[in-house]
Design a binder for this molecule. Structure first.
Ligand code: SF4
Length: 368
């Protein structure tokens, strides 16, 4: 029999010391003209110090809202956080802490890198001034020392002639260079947690690889934990230890990168993997998940993936699936195939998935 897992830790109690970030029963809503949208719907996960966690999903899955909620960067209202939601960071519950205190954590112990650096950098200040201002504010050091720190961080992210670059404005740099500046800014205060939201999506493929390599090496050197948000399973395969797959605001699968990418147990994850082009599939038909992500105002009544799922049966239309344990460790999947009612259908689903992948047993971009 499968077992339904509860939230990681007991309500109101701090997690173990080796856990840097623990999210418990997090729910984030948006009040819009047509009603209330549950953008993040009861998710729980934890990230240990120095580790890397990927959150994957299509647009509208709630992955970016999760990050913005953790960093308390959402305007409340129109956003609101559900009762009972908890986010523990470095031993403190941060959703309930005064905003002044949260600001000290943000940019200091926890930093975020956004998808489009041009919109995150201020066009009227030099790069050096922007990094130095943040360092001055958070580390309480003098302007001269803060500028030296800015130069050091540009050097760390591989920007040549940093003494000259600090005097430049964002528009004088390429997209790849600006993203490096954003990473330098995020790292300038040596955060314990770095959240990167689609950090390479706006960049061309060669620069993407360089930025990911840079993030990985800096993370290994500084020991920061990394929460990486992406729609790209290839990036996940290269970068993370553990993965969460989100769909319509819920976690549908979570586990180690090997479990989720090599032994997926949720039909949505299987569909995402089957739709990745690969050498083995050359000449064959590329499968895509049929249909579209449902409107948050019109979610299917039970399993939210049911209208798009090739394995759906009656139960999927009437009973919402729980997040079930599907292996010996922390591998979880939100699917009735992993209950006693669906056990007879599971072998067929797994076989069809293997066939769709053309029996390829490699990770999406060639191994981890
Ligand atoms: S619960 Fe049913 S519809 Fe939902 S993913 Fe599993 S098999 Fe598909």
């Amino acid at each position: 029999m499968t077992e339904v897992l509860a939230a990681p830790g007991p309500v109101g109690a701090p997690p173990d010391r080796d856990v840097l970030l623990e999210v418990r029963s997090l729910r984030t809503y948006f009040k819009v003209l047509d009603g209330i949208v549950p953008a993040v719907d009861d998710i729980s996960f934890s990230l240990k110090r120095g580790q890397t966690l990927g959150i994957v999903g299509e647009s509208g899955s709630g992955k970016s809202v999760t990050a913005l909620t953790i960093m308390r960067l959402l305007d409340i209202p129109p956003a609101s956080i559900g009762d009972g939601s908890e986010v523990w960071f470095d031993g403190r519950e941060i959703l309930s802490m005064p905003l002044d205190e949260m600001r000290k954590i943000r940019g200091n112990d926890a930093a975020m890198i956004f998808q489009e650096p041009l919109t995150s950098l201020n066009p009227v200040f030099t790069i050096g001034d922007q990094i130095a201002e943040q360092v001055e504010l958070h580390l309480k050091i003098k302007k001269r020392a803060a500028m030296d720190r800015a130069i050091e961080s540009l050097q760390l992210v591989g920007i040549p002639s940093p003494e000259r670059r600090v005097k430049q404005y964002p528009h004088e740099m390429s997209g790849g260079m600006r993203q490096r500046v954003m990473i330098a800014m995020a790292l300038s205060c040596e955060p314990k947690l770095l959240i990167a939201d689609e950090p390479t999506t706006a960049l061309d493929v060669t620069i993407q690889a360089q930025i990911l390599e840079l993030l990985k090496s800096i993370q290994q050197r500084t020991g920061s934990a990394l929460l990486l948000i992406t729609h790209d399973l290839g990036v996940v395969a290269e970068m993370v230890d553990n993965v969460i797959v989100m769909y319509t605001g819920q976690i549908v699968e979570q586990g180690t990168v090997h479990e989720v990418l090599l032994e997926p147990r949720d039909p949505y994850t299987m569909g995402l993997l089957e739709s990745i082009p690969s050498v083995e599939k050359r000449g064959g038909r590329l499968s895509a998940i049929k249909g579209v992500v449902p409107s948050p105002f019109n979610l299917p009544p039970a399993c939210r993936f049911e209208p798009r799922c090739p394995y759906a049966w009656d139960r999927c239309r009437t009973v919402p699936p729980d997040l079930n344990r599907v292996g010996s460790g922390g591998h979880l999947a939100r699917c009735h195939l992993h209950t006693s009612e669906g056990a007879g259908r599971l072998p067929d689903a797994l076989q069809r998935h293997r066939t769709a992948l053309n029996l390829g047993r490699t990770l999406p971009t060639g191994g981890h």
